[in-house]
Ligand binder design. Structure first.
Ligand SMILES: [Zn+2]
Length: 322
């Protein structure tokens, strides 16, 4: 009997698991894992990506503005609309002016100088406690002046300029001629380096290029500029930094004069097949060999009728030519 009872008990024990579903635990993991791994992959990922992106992207716009604005801005910022009338470059001496220029550079309709500064801009202008004009290294300055003289430029050394807002030139020169036979019109106040690069470019590349482009024209006799030293902000800088014009590092070329009494060739974007267009394109490229920033006509809304050239120094010798 006991054996029979034991066998029955053993059979029951064997049968119980299948009857009570005790094997489920073994299968459980499969159905459980699938839904977990499958559902999340499609549902959670999108949300996770968005969540990951939001925090990552939101901050960047806030923190990047400066870096990204600084790089592209440097070129842009250095540029602005030329002065209304050539020769009146040195009339500005206050940092408020820049604000109107900054505006103008951003939106074509606001190009007009003399516009009231925006609140945000005026607020940004206060922070820039820029130091005094960048001092010139004596030996480099002496070498520059000697080279400029040797080229045949006509210029006069002026007293240092130290305007408000960080504007100024430690050792400015007033240039009237770049070469013995090429004037700079009107007289331009610049750092020696800017003038020297302009003179070298004119002598070595611009004159020969002009002679090739316009064989029937008289020779190049003058370069007309629209802006040299001017105390103003960079046109695209929202941090209130001043333009390279405010350091004597920049000049805006507005036109070239050939011979005497002939209408000057004005700087303008030209995409057609004329000699003028070919010359302008050559000029754009030539300028980048001598200047670290070149904003050619048509490069942006504020550069339709002049070329901005400056000698700003950037890391690794980077040049921005557009
Ligand atoms: Zn300029």
């Amino acid at each position: 009997m006991t054996k029979t009872i034991v066998r029955l008990a053993a059979l029951l024990l064997l049968a119980l698991p299948s009857l009570t579903g005790l094997q489920l635990p073994a299968r459980g993991p499969l159905p459980d894992k699938r839904p977990e791994s499958a559902a999340p992959s499609s549902d959670a990922v999108p949300g996770a990506e968005e969540q990951a992106k939001e925090p990552a992207e939101l901050p960047t716009p806030q923190t990047r503005p400066r870096p990204s604005a600084a790089d592209p801005a440097k070129p842009d910022q250095t540029e602005r609309k030329p002065e209304a009338a050539p020769g009146q470059d040195n009339t500005r001496s206050k940092p408020q002016e820049p604000s109107s220029d900054v505006d103008g550079s951003k939106t074509p309709p606001s190009d007009k100088p003399g516009k009231p500064a925006k609140d945000s801009e005026s607020a940004e202008q206060q922070p820039p406690p820029d130091p005094a004009p960048q001092p010139e290294e004596p030996k480099a300055l002496a070498a520059c002046l000697a080279d400029l003289k040797a080229i045949g430029a006509s210029f006069e050394q002026k007293a240092g300029i130290d305007d408000d807002g960080g504007c100024g030139i430690a050792a400015p020169i007033a240039v009237t001629k770049l070469l013995p036979d090429v004037t700079l019109e009107p007289e331009a106040t610049l750092r020696c380096e800017t003038a020297l690069q302009l003179a070298r470019m004119t002598r070595d590349m611009l004159k020969p290029a002009a002679e090739s482009a316009f064989p029937d024209k008289p020779k190049l006799t003058g370069i007309r500029h629209a802006s040299a030293y001017v105390c103003r902000n960079r046109n695209s800088a929202e941090n209130g930094k001043v333009s390279e014009h405010a350091y004597g590092n920049a000049i805006d070329i507005a036109g070239l004069r050939f011979g005497e009494g002939e209408q000057p060739v004005m700087i303008a974007r030209q995409d057609d097949g004329t000699a003028e267009a070919a010359f302008q394109r050559a000029f754009n490229a030539i300028a980048c060999l001598y200047f670290t920033t070149v904003l050619s006509p048509g490069s942006d809304p504020t550069h339709q009728d002049h070329m901005h050239l400056d000698v700003i120094e950037r890391k690794s010798g980077f040049r921005y030519c557009r």
